[in-house]
Ligand binder design. Structure first.
Ligand SMILES: Cc1ncc(COP(=O)(O)O)c(C=O)c1O
Length: 278
């Protein structure tokens, strides 16, 4: 968290990744967090837990770490990246409009086209690398501007700050899928976005051994919506533990583990994007 009293305010990313959210240590001295397998908690426990789908000590640890890495007041974790995107989308209502960057992750596009449209949510797409298209934000006044930067698979980079400035003038909420950059390389909230969403399955974890998602925000009202959405979500236990971040464990390999594959995959990514259908 931004104001974790146990961590110096100027602590760097690597320090926060392995120290924030480690409050199990004071209980037993264990250096690795125990995994809480329980589905249910006794009423009146000091942590305020009741049922694991809506809260568990492991969730609390991971949420604190992710919030710190994203410079966010709050983080809420979900079972997968798509589960966290769904949590944002299910906070909208029939009749709302989403203006989305046109080149987004395939399953997000499917969610928009095959699910949200059935609930009378209107979705418009635009190439938001082109500032001329920002005019659409003013015209549509969408409830949500959906960004992904870099995009999967074309690695388009959007100007999150410029888009957020325009969107906020008409009262739109800006959400950024920060999966590909990860918290190591980009903090969307610092650039003006309201919500930063992660598939922690990807570079945040980096080991290809568990699914996860998160939504980070400084907006208390949206945090309430995320907690509400977490309760009915398919939120499995958090196997991704604070400190397991690939890029942090191997900082010198960040270039090879995150940036180099992006560069080398670029030609293939273009081919895949052209061939893919919703
Ligand atoms: C940019 C992006 N967003 C969201 C997702 C969905 O994440 P998950 O597979 O954890 O549901 C992915 C998965 O590849 C992704 O690349």
């Amino acid at each position: 968290m931004k104001d974790d009293p146990t961590i110096p305010a100027d602590a760097r990313f690597e320090t926060r990744a392995i120290h924030v959210g480690q409050d199990w240590r004071s209980e037993t001295g264990a250096v690795i967090p125990p995994i809480y397998m329980t589905s249910t908690f006794e009423t009146g426990n000091p942590g305020g837990f009741d049922y694991t789908r809506s809260g568990n000590p492991n969730f609390r640890n991971l949420q604190a770490t992710l919030a710190s890495l994203e410079n966010a007041k709050h983080a809420t974790i979900f079972a997968s990246g798509i589960s966290s995107i769904s949590a944002i989308m299910f906070s909208l209502k029939a009749g709302d409009t989403i203006l989305s960057e046109q080149q987004i992750y395939g399953a997000t596009y499917r969610l928009f086209e095959r699910v949200l449209r059935r609930f009378d949510i209107k979705i418009k797409y635009a190439d938001l690398t082109n500032p001329a298209n920002y005019a659409l934000i003013k015209d549509l006044k969408p409830a949500l501007v959906w960004l992904e930067s870099p995009t999967n698979p074309l690695l388009k980079i959007l100007d999150i700050k410029a888009i957020s400035d325009v969107a906020h003038k008409v009262g739109s909420i800006v959400a950024v899928d920060n999966t590909f950059a990860s918290s190591l390389l980009q903090q969307p909230l610092d650039l003006g976005a309201d919500l930063s969403q992660l598939s922690t399955t990807k570079y945040t974890n980096g080991h290809s051994d568990c699914l996860g998602g998160a939504v980070c925000t400084n907006n208390d009202e949206w945090q309430e919506k995320m907690i509400f959405a977490q309760k009915p979500s398919v939120c499995s236990r958090a196997r991704l533990m604070p400190g397991s971040f690939h890029a942090v464990r191997r900082p010198k390999r960040c270039e090879s583990s995150v940036i180099a594959p992006m560069r080398s995959n670029s030609p293939n990514a273009s081919k895949a994007a052209k061939a893919s259908k919703p």
